[in-house]
Design a protein around this ligand. Sequence first.
Ligand code: COA
Length: 260
Amino acid sequence: MIFDNILLAENSGIATITINRPSKLNALNSTTIDELHNALKSIKDRIEVKVIIITGSGEKAFVAGADISEFADYSIEEGSNLAAQGQKKLFDYIENFNKPVIAAVNGFALGGGLELAMACHFRVASINAKMGLPEVSLGVIPGYGGTQRLPQLIGKGRAMEMIMTAGMIDANQALSYGLVNHVTAQEELVLLAEKLASKIMRNSSVAISAAIRAINSGFKDGVNGYQAEIDEFGNCFGTEDFEEGTTAFLEKRKADFPGK
Ligand code: COA
């Protein structure tokens, strides 16, 4: 698959997607959103890919937002379409992806960039990262899930403040808010994400997909997360991974999960 705005590399079960428009600080235009969707779709059913890392190219930005030049003259209808399509194609798609997606936030993660990071299952950041939802400074609000995921991750009051002030927080503040799980030097960021990915890959990929669905259930309207957990838990008992995991434990050996 050939892409203009992203790079896709695979190594030992880890697919790394790098958003690659450094001259525009990796801003998300519609082509980039399509390419991210297509790259993820191409990975979704490939059993040998276990974890995805999303990062930005260059040393300055993860993603500095949705591409402002693309929507500056949009009508009301085009604006709501932009948000609806983007949420469906990319942000919800990542959140509900069947494999873990880690955001490696290597610089500015603003607007759609922070929304992209928040749609990932968890985030790590380099010390130079700066995060914010500055949309109200442009006369608009976050449209790629930011008004929902930011309060889920850091609490309503902090989210209100960040969105209303349009300000940026640094990596350590993001760490203290629980917005990112770890902070490290920029040159070690992808290594750290890969280390976490390797740890994840030792476990059952089938159980991990079930855990993603169960965790996400608790954040969905009209869905009972506890019931979803019961259902997913029960289904695990019918998997080859469960058989291997429990047998390996009882035989005092390391599990070799078939991923089925
Ligand atoms: N959309 C489109 N282009 C963007 C962009 C965005 N969200 N963010 C940065 N760019 C472009 C700039 O227009 C500039 O392009 P140019 O060289 O062709 O003029 C290039 O990326 C470099 O950005 P620049 O502003 O010169 O870098 P800086 O170091 O001075 O400032 C930021 C960095 C991140 C503070 C600044 O780019 C910024 O505020 N970006 C917009 C952030 C934003 O509001 N995002 C939310 C969008 S909904």
